[in-house]
Design a protein around this ligand. Structure first.
Ligand code: FES
Length: 115
C-alpha cells in the first residue's frame, strides 16, 4: 500500500463528500463528524458515481441511481437498490456487494489515503 495526499482538510466540509482520482483509482472522500473516510467512487450495483448521491444519518452514503445505501465506515450494504419499483428484477443479477474502503489518515491539514 502507498500513502497518497488527496486534499486539504478544509476542502471537504463536515457532512460533505468529494470525488477524486488517485493513482488511477476513483474514490470518494467523506468528512463525517468523527473524521475522514474513503470508499470506492462507484456504486457496486451498476456503477453510479456515489459522490452525486447524498450522505444520510451522518454515516451512510445513498447512491443517486437506485438508492442503495452503504455504511461509509465499513462499506457494508445497509439497504440494497430499491428504487424505482421493479429494480429488484435487475438485482437478481446484481446482488448485494459491499464497497471497497480505504484507510485514511490526517497529517496536519492534509488528508491521506492508503491505496
Ligand atoms: S447504481 Fe447504485 S443503486 Fe443502482
Amino acid at each position: 500500500m502507498t500513502t497518497h495526499t488527496v486534499c486539504r482538510t478544509d476542502e471537504i466540509a463536515v457532512g460533505a463528500m468529494k470525488a477524486f482520482t488517485v493513482a488511477g483509482h476513483k474514490l470518494v472522500v467523506y468528512h463525517l463528524q468523527d473524521g475522514f473516510f474513503a470508499t470506492q467512487g462507484s456504486c457496486t450495483h451498476v456503477f453510479a458515481p456515489l459522490a452525486k448521491g447524498k450522505i444520510i444519518d451522518g454515516c451512510k452514503v445513498q447512491c443517486p441511481f437506485h438508492r442503495a445505501r452503504f455504511d461509509i465506515r465499513s462499506g457494508e450494504v445497509v439497504d440494497w437498490a430499491n428504487f424505482p419499483p421493479g429494480i429488484q428484477v435487475l438485482n437478481v443479477v446484481r446482488g448485494e456487494k459491499a464497497l471497497k474502503t480505504y484507510p485514511v489518515t490526517v497529517a496536519g491539514n492534509e488528508v491521506r489515503v492508503e491505496i
